[in-house]
Ligand binder design. Sequence first.
Ligand code: GDP
Length: 436
Amino acid sequence: MSATVVVGCQYGDEGKGKIVDLMSRSMDWVARFQGGANAGHTVVIGRKTYVLHLVPSGILHPKTKCVIGHGVVVDPIELLKEIQMLREKDIELDGRLFLSDCAHVILPYHKWLESLDAHDVRVGTTKRGIGPAYEQKYARTGIRVYEFIDPDRFRQRLQEHGEVLERVFRGAGVEPPQPIDRAIEEWVDEYSKVADQIRGFVSETMTLLGDAWRRGEKILCEGAQGTLLDVDMGTYPFVTSSTTTAAGAASGLGLPPSAIRKVVGICKAYATRVGEGPFTSELLGSEAEALREQGGEYGATTGRPRRVGWLDLVALRHAVRVNGIQSLVLTKLDVLSGRTTVPVVIAYDGPNGRMTIPPRDPRALDACRPVIEERPGWSDDLSKVRRYPDLPEAVRDYVEWVGEQVECPVGIVSVGSGRNQVIRVPRSRSQVTAPA
Ligand code: GDP
């Protein structure tokens, strides 16, 4: 059959968790392909809220199998905590959760290294050691899961890293948080116990998924963060360490690119960003505070207040193009209720004139001023609406106009955090046809 990729169109926190949960119902597999436990997907089912950082949210559907692919960097302790949380909530995991034997592991010294790195501090990382783990992956010194679960190899690899750590801390003239040789002994001890508990989930997931695809099973590839945080296609250097865009699904899972038949982009009806970096549509002051409060824009993982701004069609157009998005999901429309007008960024004015695709150099981006169009607002509470024709006209106009502007139809709109608070946009209304 085919693989579908779900990606964030903005800076993450677009509400992917809920939409992945919705789409998972009809999937045989849901697979995470990049990132680490810095992504916090929130899924609300009835009275229960599940915040998942590593395990794909598809795990909440009993028939769906879930994969943490080799493109993910895995903190084994975080993974174990999540496994325990899910078991406590009676979610069956055996035979349903598979961890790639080739994923890289995050260990405490990755967090030590992150605190030494001025850039990581500046871009506002979540201090989970994700950046340093990816650095080691690409330096070809990282520890993969198959080494982690083999006690002798793990000890040997840790000792090698211990020698490097000694040199790094000595070179930086900084005392490590604890003597390195003692720390290594403690880690061997502590992490061997963790390895014992996750060994049963370890699998050769590339073959597992490749076979599933050949058998015609349906695979959903779940992206974390968003397009503008992609290491290549985002606002470099204020980006994450992985390929968050659709192409990352193939490399991060080992699926052939030709397996990907559909790309769905999740976009919030306004914008938020965490950490430093260009944010052309950003709002400041009381207007920002009001939108942040209305949207509950505080990090699921860190609790940090998010920067907020208006929907940026220049950035969204970029996301549609680089991911090849065929259908958009517009989330949190309910948050915009109660405004006479809804401002949207339709272009940038830069030193060289008007732009409808963002410049890549962050300095050029910083020099851009947003061109804002005020769209008609609406006052109605949208949270109980379930049918597209029942939405106020201004909302339908907004949805269809956004699709036209970025040349990609909006297929679904979301009007609340609950599983059922979604509305399908009839095909005839999503007037735009994306390239096949
Ligand atoms: P993700 O990282 O993209 O999965 O985003 P999160 O799950 O961290 O953030 C989305 C937050 O918004 C969660 O608390 C969701 O429950 C909530 N959410 C998702 N869709 C909607 C929506 O349409 N309206 C409202 N009000 N909240 C939503």
